[in-house]
Design a protein around this ligand. Structure first.
Ligand code: ADP
Length: 355
């Protein structure tokens, strides 16, 4: 029995910008990435890490220097972009202003010579799907940003691409609208069984949309895993910091305790003695007003309201502790700015980072 190949299989892909005679910057270094049918994979990473280059290489818009891009098991070398059967939606979704909504969505279908009746049926169906039923004759200029985004999405879905690629799909929209659209998109891709490769620099978007996230750094994959896996166990200090964790440090561990700048921190049972890189989640930093006289002490420098908790930025000031530390506190017990607090740690929220 032969296993079904992944829909997209990127093997050892390297992309170098510049001419053959004057090779320049290598934007991708031997990337390996497979995307299964019906899977949504989000590529996440700082600006310049190679996310767009990866999309463009898969789409056939950028020349691949080494390695192979396979779609449904077939090598795409020499296959032009418009014959790859992939849909693309870029950040600046550039609808055609002189065409109405229906004309925009039908654009790709005309290129594929789909008969008129079938085109009209599909346009209507897609408008229903993206929540704009009956909008065929509306002028593009009369649409809000969110509505334009939906039309752009319908346009990229119209030719029924086997792989849909999104580059910062919700980049231009307000947070509130993004949060709503991301939930709708996920549902839509599920219902349609679309395979999606999306690129974003927005963590919240990636984590909400993806079955699997890929975190890139300097043209290489730093980590890949489910959103929960990546969130629970960042592969290294770069990923941890990229995800917004600040309490990352190197420390010597002896007998279950790590000597950190913030004082002695308990580590998970079984952690071997020696030098390690540690992440202490904000939820693993306990603060108490008053508290024991010994042990780390800190002053609350800033508080950020995070919906169901308050994030505190602490400055350690005594008891063998120094430097800044982030702590998550329940709303009701969060101390105010300037308060002096005692600090404790919860070993269950301390992660020993590999490498
Ligand atoms: P991201 O999408 O993660 O922001 P890009 O893939 O756009 O990253 O860029 C990766 C690297 O390649 C960056 O250093 C960028 O400056 C460089 N780069 C991108 N496009 C070109 C190009 N057309 N010519 C030369 N360098 C480029």
């Amino acid at each position: 029995m032969t296993a079904t190949p992944p829909l997209l299989d990127v093997r050892g892909v390297t992309v170098t910008y510049g001419s053959r005679t004057a090779p320049g910057h290598t934007a991708l270094h031997g990337i390996d990435l497979a995307v299964a049918e019906h899977e949504t994979v989000c590529v996440l990473g700082p600006s310049g890490s190679g996310k767009s280059t990866l999309l463009r290489a898969v789409a056939g818009l950028t020349e691949v220097g080494a390695g192979t891009v396979l779609l449904a098991g077939r090598d795409q070398a020499g296959v032009p972009a418009h014959r790859r059967g992939v849909g693309l939606m870029f950040q600046d979704h550039q609808l055609f202003p002189q065409r109405d909504v229906g004309g925009n969505i039908a654009f790709g279908l005309r290129m594929h010579k789909i008969p008129r009746q079938e085109t009209e049926r599909r346009v209507a169906e897609l408008l229903d799907l993206v929540g704009l039923p009956g909008a065929q004759r509306r002028a593009v200029g009369s649409l809000s940003g969110g509505e334009q985004q939906r039309v752009a999405l319908a346009r990229s879905l119209a030719p029924r691409p086997r792989l849909l690629m999104l580059d910062e799909p919700l980049g231009q929209l307000d947070r509130d609208l993004r949060d709503r659209l991301v939930v709708e998109l996920r549902q839509l891709f599920r219902d349609l069984g679309t395979t999606v490769l999306a690129v974003t620099h927005d963590q919240a978007e990636a984590f909400a949309l993806a079955d699997r996230v890929v975190i890139m750094r300097d043209g290489r994959i730093a980590q890949t895993g489910s959103p929960v896996e990546v969130w629970r166990r960042p592969a290294d200090a770069f990923v941890a910091r990229f995800l917004g964790f600040r309490n990352v440090t190197e420390a010597d561990v002896t007998d279950g305790g790590a000597a950190t700048p913030w004082g002695t921190v308990p580590v998970p049972p079984g952690t071997p003695d020696g030098r390690h890189r540690l992440l202490i989640r904000p939820s693993g930093v306990r603060v108490g007003v008053g508290g024991p006289e010994e042990g780390p002490r800190a002053v609350v420098r800033a508080r950020t309201f995070r919906g169901d908790h308050v994030l505190l930025l602490l400055e350690c000031v005594g008891g063998g502790a120094r430097g800044e530390l982030e702590a998550a506190c329940p709303l009701r017990s969060a101390p105010g700015e300037g308060a002096a607090v005692g600090v404790g740690f919860d070993a269950a929220e301390v992660v020993v980072l590999p490498g």
